[in-house]
Write a protein that binds this ligand. Structure first.
Ligand code: B16
Ligand code: MG
Length: 217
């Protein structure tokens, strides 16, 4: 296996399980348009930007709303989400992540965040993880959301590392598509049948193990 010089982490679903909070907040919004958003529906929203997520929900609900309502729903979703993540603390960091970050830091591997979320910095701060990241690219810096590769390409450019020397850790199929479109090694976290084109798949970050990380970096 070729050695890599950079690790790019998705946030929601990889570093911390905020997916459940996004789900609860979107469920409230979906109710407003008469749609009962299921846990399974929520899979399609993972890694997808806030406005694109609302577009997907409206499609599921087979309804349309005015631009004013659309904007109001986005604000309300985020307000609800921010209340839900208020209680996040370091014990919510997903298993293996802290050890993985320490391992990479000790090896001198560059570490970046590539998240669709506009709340990424706030979440990292709540988890006390900000200092591990050499660069943080989030929803505030990208024009095109995942599956577009922009978020990861911005990360590798900022770190001055070629895309093929980067490993991306992702829990969303849109994120795996983005990593592959960027020309990076893509490690999917979840069920193998959820992902197309991932280089490797593990059920969660902790299942990767230090020996595989040693091979990758
Ligand atoms: P926000 P990631 C993504 O984060 C989430 O998976 C997705 O569900 C969410 O809609 C998106 O961020 C935008 O988040 O509303 O906080 O800006 O997985 O790319 O870290
Ligand atoms: Mg994610």
């Amino acid at each position: 296996m070729e050695k890599h010089q950079c690790a790019l982490f998705d946030l929601d679903g990889v570093v911390v399980n905020t997916a459940q909070y996004h789900y609860l907040a979107w469920k409230n919004i979906a109710h407003l348009v008469g749609y009962d958003l299921t846990f399974q529906d929520n899979e399609q929203l993972k890694g997808v930007s806030r406005p694109d997520s609302l577009r997907v929900i409206l499609k599921m609900a087979q309804t349309s709303i005015s631009q004013d309502e659309f904007d109001r729903f986005l604000i309300q979703k985020n307000e609800d989400y921010l209340v839900l993540v208020q209680a996040l603390k370091t014990t919510d960091i997903l298993p293996g992540i802290s050890e993985g970050l320490v391992f990479l830091k000790d090896k001198g591997i560059k570490i970046g965040l590539g998240s669709a979320s506009k709340n990424a910095l706030l979440i990292l701060e709540k988890l006390n993880l900000t200092s591990y990241f050499d660069v943080i690219i989030d929803g505030n810096q990208v024009k095109k959301g995942k599956p577009h590769p922009e978020v990861f390409l911005k990360g590798s450019t900022a770190l001055n590392v070629k895309p093929k020397a980067c490993v991306v850790f992702e829990d969303a199929s849109a994120g795996i598509e983005a990593a592959k479109a960027a020309g990076m090694t893509a490690i999917a976290l979840g069920e193998p049948n959820e992902f197309k084109g991932a280089d490797f798949c593990f059920p969660h970050f902790n299942a990767i193990g230090i020996s595989t990380l040693e091979k990758l970096f």
